[in-house]
Write a protein that binds this ligand. Structure first.
Ligand code: NI
Length: 183
């Protein structure tokens, strides 16, 4: 397993919708291992493949001692209930903003062997699943803030010591270069 560098806000890979996984092969299982290892090393609650530069629809999670991952997730919301609470992102380090999310979610997808897998999440797990699935659509949690809060968040990001607007984008070729969007 290999810990990978985390892509930071400003890196275009975070704004590019990820491609569905087609091949459930060894490379995919390696990606799941890298994601999981990197997430744990960073003490993250979740990590999406674009955050390590891979444009595939895969995320890992580690919430309330439940460790797992999901491939090609599709979300369903069983009710209208919402939650509001602090949210952060390994790609926007050190900054947390109250973010509104659905309280309950059912995430349907696959494991690394192509078998169907379902996560029924509530509270923090539901928040994590929504946050990570957003990453796969090129969406960051600051996009979910209302206008005034988003403005304040972007100001905080621009003055963060890690933020470098001149940093050249680093795009890693996806494990499946022929189908990958960065190949
Ligand atoms: Ni994130």
């Amino acid at each position: 397993m290999t810990v990978q560098p985390i892509r930071l806000f400003g890196d275009p890979v975070l704004r590019t919708p990820a491609e569905p996984v087609v091949d459930f092969d060894r490379e995919l299982r390696q990606l799941v291992e890298d994601l999981t290892e990197t997430m744990r090393e960073q003490s993250g609650a979740g990590l999406a493949a674009p955050q390590i530069g891979v444009g595939l629809r895969v995320f890992s999670f580690d919430v309330d001692d439940v460790l797992g991952y999901l491939i090609n997730p599709v979300l369903e919301f069983p009710d209208e209930e919402e939650q509001e609470g602090p949210e952060g992102c390994l790609s926007i380090p050190g900054l947390y903003f109250d973010t509104k999310r659905r309280q309950n979610v059912i995430a349907k997808g696959f494991n690394a062997y192509g078998d169907p897998l379902q996560i029924v999440g509530t509270g923090l797990m539901a928040r994590c699943v929504q946050h990570e699935t957003d990453h796969l659509d090129g969406v960051l949690f600051v996009d979910r803030l209302d206008r005034a809060a988003r403005k304040a968040a972007l100001r905080a990001i621009r003055s963060a010591d890690w933020y470098d607007p001149m940093r050249p984008p680093q795009i890693k070729v996806s494990p499946h270069a022929s189908r990958g969007i960065f190949g």
